[in-house]
Design a protein around this ligand. Sequence first.
Ligand SMILES: [Zn+2]
Length: 409
Amino acid sequence: MWWNQHVILIYFLLAGLQLVSCRPKFSRMLATSSEIVQVGQLTSNSSCGDFQSYIQHGESDLAPRVIRLNFHFMNSQSGAMNYTSEKATVFAHELLKAANAAIESNQKMWLPPGNDTPVLPIGYRYVITSSAGYESERGIYCHHDDERYFFVSRGRNKNNYDRSVIRKYGIGLDSILNVFVMPHHPDSIASPSYDLTSAGIALGSAIKLSGVYESGKKPSEFRGLLNHEIGHVLGLRHTWSGNDGCDDTPTHPNCWNRTSDPPCDSMASNNLMDYNANQHAWTPCQIGRIHQNMSNENSLARRLLVPTWCKLEGEKTLEIRDSTVWNGSFDLNSSLVVSSGATLRIRCRVSMPAGSSIVVEPDGHLILEEATLHNACGLQWDGIYLSSRGKSKGRLTLIGNNLISETEW
Ligand SMILES: [Zn+2]
């Protein structure tokens, strides 16, 4: 319901609630009315659309962001052009393991020289996902199609932007990132002028990777390529040539690696979204933009995520212990407690898992400022409780219009 000062509903839980055994008993109520202070003045403009609101914010406190992937190994009818069966499975799992490891070990940027750009944790990872009706393949598919198995990046038969292979073989494209591993065409391989290096392209919720099988390289050597293409799917642009919307990714001459000669002695990049030998550095801005896209309920990036925020698992509780402002939109997978003496100001959307609640302890303060509290999966959560102990009470302040839904009150 839309909140305003006319909403008056009070539920008292007559029995005292004892959250921790060593604390004195206090009562809690699911309340609005006289306990709520409604004011009209916003403190500043909305921060929900600012990527900087999404850069950090205690990743371990949020629902995990897990991207669903499947793999398609495209092959000729003869079966000679790509990995098949068990080798394809092993390759996919090893590649994904290496890509996840790169995400977990974000590296310091090489550019600009002498920078002090922070190295921040990255809040997502990948999981191979099966689909209903294809359970036996466990998210890794091998296709034999002489018309569509190959990737040609230039020339008369160029097909790197062609989506017909995606339309024919894509599975779960509305919610799973489909990775197509495609060999170069034999005619390309036979041409001395064709560039057989590894390449990729992102097309909606699908990615084509080429130059994989025929390179003979280990799966882990393609982790940068995979992370780069997924970076595009998640909303990032190349950094070397123009404005990518990030101040911490300078333009540069796009060197493949560091060399002893200028400009690549000092101007080589190791950023994910360049073409280079490492592709292992995500900047704070890039991380913020990805997280922001994943929080956008209408984005492709969010549709690819496992909805880890729907239901409360176990007794998980996030406790706010000091003055805290949430400027971005977040999905919790825990209950929320605003502790005594703490203030939490929520300025955007927060999804509460089914079965969870928000408890404001005595002398704690929850401020909703043009906020949305809901369950992003359309399930019911338990609402906001204001606790009291003697004369001390939890406080709830509403600023502007706040939307509270998927709960009883
Ligand atoms: Zn690219």
